[in-house]
Design a protein around this ligand. Sequence first.
Ligand code: SAM
Length: 303
Amino acid sequence: MNGDWDSTDQEQSENLSLLACTRVQGDVMKTVIFHEHTISYSPSNRYIKMFLKKYIEKIETLGSVELDEELLELYVSLASTTGENMFIEGMCYKTYLLDKEQYTRVVLREEQMMISQGTTGLQTWDAGVRLADFFAEHPDIIRGQKVVELGSGCGLVGLTCAAMGASHVLATDVNSVVLKQLESNHPEYKDKVRVAELDWENIEECEKLSKDADVVIGADIAYDPTIVPVLVGALKAIVVSSQQVAYITATIRSPETFDLFLKMIDETEVLGKSVMTLTETNTTALCMPNPSADIRLVLITRK
Ligand SMILES: C[S@@+](CC[C@H](N)C(=O)[O-])C[C@H]1O[C@@H](n2cnc3c(N)ncnc32)[C@H](O)[C@@H]1O
């Protein structure tokens, strides 16, 4: 939804006066807020409020245009219940639109808090959104490939690979609550996606699943210096042939942790790496990756 309001596209601005007329405002309510999909997979109240706020702001730029009564009432009631509080607990749905023409999408049930029930895996992180966007934009990389995801969390990246043509995806995580949520988040791609418990410390298991991995993926999994050595150990055990490639994204919160990750890859002496910055591309995902997040993509191969 944000993509539409944020666009500075000429066509959009020409359509703005049309979008502002009260009859069309009513239609927007019906086709967006009360759409079957929005009702079945309800986004958070905070998200709906943000959407309405942006819409109202756009309408107001036109001057004295009357606001649809139902729209205004809904906005006021959401504003009074959600307020400015960014720390609201509870599950909501997020719909990630990967391809606007085919309407390819991934719908995930996620926690609104970044850390909940002692894990970071119940919400999709910016580095996950960017990596999913990257595969949506470059589907050739994963088309027909067997993909193994490390630290899947809610599963956005793995499910995106399934949606964009991977032949099989093994989505893994260590946390039992995360695994349960991951299991319930992939009904649309059940035939292609399997969920499995994997702790990177379990080198034997990592070695076993190497045969299922043409491509290894992982987003925001090198976030803590204490887990970097086991993560690199897992990558070394899985990426064993020059035909395999790992795509790992990291949000640079601590440059030291990221540098440690790169240094430990070099220290394996068998893995090679290249790093690129994933800037905000013409994002296709129907969500809001933080535009200021500094996200790097590390490509890892066997030397
Ligand atoms: C910051 S979350 C990222 C989740 C997801 N990839 C995303 O981008 O939204 C990190 C994930 O790594 C998982 N993780 C942490 N340590 C792990 C380990 N030793 N083995 C496997 N998974 C681990 C966590 O359970 C969590 O789901």
